[in-house]
Design a binder for this molecule. Structure first.
Ligand code: 8YV
Length: 319
């Protein structure tokens, strides 16, 4: 049987591309830019499989125009909100993702955002870097202590649980809200809250680690922010769609929230420039899983899924 043809729109890690080329006929896009709807549709007639990132949009409209040659979309991401799964299923296309391999890298970045917002990293860096550090006093650069504080985690999947493990190293009291309570071995001492509102009330730090779905879109709105304790901090390394950005800006400007750490925005790339004037908001350009080790693991996970599919087995991460 001829080797399957795989379209890879983004420039994945060198080890991933090397293995992909070893086992498949790879078509790699020249420019490392998001694959457009037109490119996706065009390539569906030339490729048996694809390894897209979250930057390629497989909407219902695109799904309806895909060529029947395309059999599998092996995403290089855990999130699949860029894929209309129902519409792709209707076209009999297998869709996979890369769960678990990015848990630690993403949790690590969420922790960095939490520490950075709590200990005023953006402001401190700017002061020293600009040569503006000209005084010191006991009340200078006083921040919020992370060690021993209460951390609320929304969504106790792989990333949420990895964050909980890291938080325990900081003696944090971990609380969580999830659609379902976890068994004790996965809960690892974290306190379950049946409702998001109950979690918000005890969260000195709140980390969003759930997928963007119709139910969670805009979940962090003005009412929800009002329930968080005065001086608390929001961290979002999941999806921008979870947060009403205008409401967040208001609670930051009013001083109800002491800060925020954001890796995700409603508009990406680009982010929200309304946040830029606030040094108590630490921002990153959607880089949660961006470590060399994790990029290789994600690429290999996507390739494992392709390998299973083309050997006639069910891919482990089929959705
Ligand atoms: C990626 C992500 O940045 O996995 C996800 O859902 O958002 C990220 O890990 C990305 O899709 C990498 O390809």
């Amino acid at each position: 049987m001829a080797r399957p043809v795989i379209w890879i729109p983004r420039h994945l890690s060198p080890a991933t591309l090397e293995r992909a080329r070893r086992d498949y006929d790879v078509i790699l896009k020249d420019q490392d830019t998001p694959g457009t709807a037109e490119e996706i549709v065009e390539m569906s007639a030339r490729a048996d499989g694809m390894i897209p990132c979250h930057s390629e949009q497989f909407t219902a409209e695109v799904a309806g125009r895909l060529d029947p040659r395309l059999k599998i979309i092996a995403n290089h991401s855990v999130g699949t909100d860029h894929c209309d799964l129902k519409a792709l299923k209707a076209r009999d296309i297998t869709v996979t993702n890369t769960p678990d391999v990015l848990n630690d890298a993403t949790a690590e970045l969420a922790f960095m955002l939490m520490l950075g917002a709590a200990r005023r990293a953006v402001e401190g860096d700017r002061i020293v870097r600009s040569g503006g550090w000209d005084s010191w006093s006991p009340s200078y650069m006083v921040g919020k202590q992370v060690t021993g504080a209460r951390l609320g985690i929304v969504g106790m999947g792989g990333v949420g649980r990895a964050l909980g493990r890291k938080a325990r190293g900081f003696d944090m009291e971990v609380h969580y809200h999830n659609r379902q309570r976890l068994p004790p071995d996965l809960e690892q001492g974290a306190s379950y809250h049946e409702t998001l509102d109950s979690l918000l009330e005890v969260s000195d730090f709140l980390s969003l680690n759930c997928p963007a779905t119709p139910e969670t879109t805009g979940m962090m709105n003005a009412d929800r922010f009002a329930r968080m304790p005065q001086g608390s901090i929001l961290v979002n390394a999941a999806r921008g769609a979870l947060v009403d950005e205008d409401a967040l800006l208001s609670v930051i400007e009013e001083g109800h929230l002491a800060g925020a750490g954001l890796d995700c925005f409603l508009t990406e790339p680009g982010g929200n420039q309304a946040f830029a004037g606030h040094e108590n908001i630490v921002m990153m350009p959607h880089a949660g899983s961006a470590t060399a080790k994790t990029r290789d693991a994600m690429g290999f996970c996507a390739l494992d899924n392709l390998d299973s599919f083309f050997s006639g087995d069910d891919p482990e991460d089929a959705l």
